[in-house]
Design a protein around this ligand. Structure first.
Ligand code: HEM
Length: 114
């Protein structure tokens, strides 16, 4: 179960990063797909976090739940699109997105070891 979930996170992360960069560079056609893949990651990480908490990985589990809630909030704060902007909100968005992937990896490791 955890193995399938982390593979989904990895796949969706690659898709989100590619679509995010395309979006940032001016192709607003990818907005819906990027937001969809972002919500998908948030949902899968939420499930991994609950599994982690059940397997006593409480700290990464709680961090995972917080980041899963924060990612869409920070993502939507970038609207309306201001192409090639690289202000605080864009930097925070990328940091939260990378952090959620890191937490997903550590949750997967903790669940596997448990
Ligand atoms: C619900 C979740 C998400 C929402 C609502 C969202 C929304 C957005 C929006 C609106 C932009 C365009 C910003 C601009 O052009 O100024 C953007 C850019 C970007 N997103 Fe996301 N995103 C989400 C999740 C993710 C995830 C999971 C990743 C990576 C794993 C990601 C990576 C990026 C990158 C690399 C960019 C381009 C750099 C930037 O402008 O910040 N996003 N996102």
């Amino acid at each position: 179960m955890a193995k399938a979930l982390i593979m989904l996170v990895r796949l969706a992360a690659v898709v989100s990063i590619v679509l995010g960069v395309l979006l940032w560079s001016g192709s607003q056609n990818y907005l819906g797909a990027h937001i969809g893949s972002g919500f998908f990651i948030a949902g899968v990480v939420f499930v991994l976090s609950i599994l982690g908490i059940l397997k006593k990985a409480v700290v990464p589990g709680v961090v995972g739940v917080i980041l899963a809630a924060l990612l869409p909030v920070v993502g939507f704060k970038q609207l309306p699109l201001a192409y090639r902007a690289f202000g605080a909100v864009q930097i925070i968005h990328v940091l939260v997105a990378l952090a959620i992937i890191g937490v997903a990896e550590s949750l997967y490791g903790a669940i596997r070891r448990a």
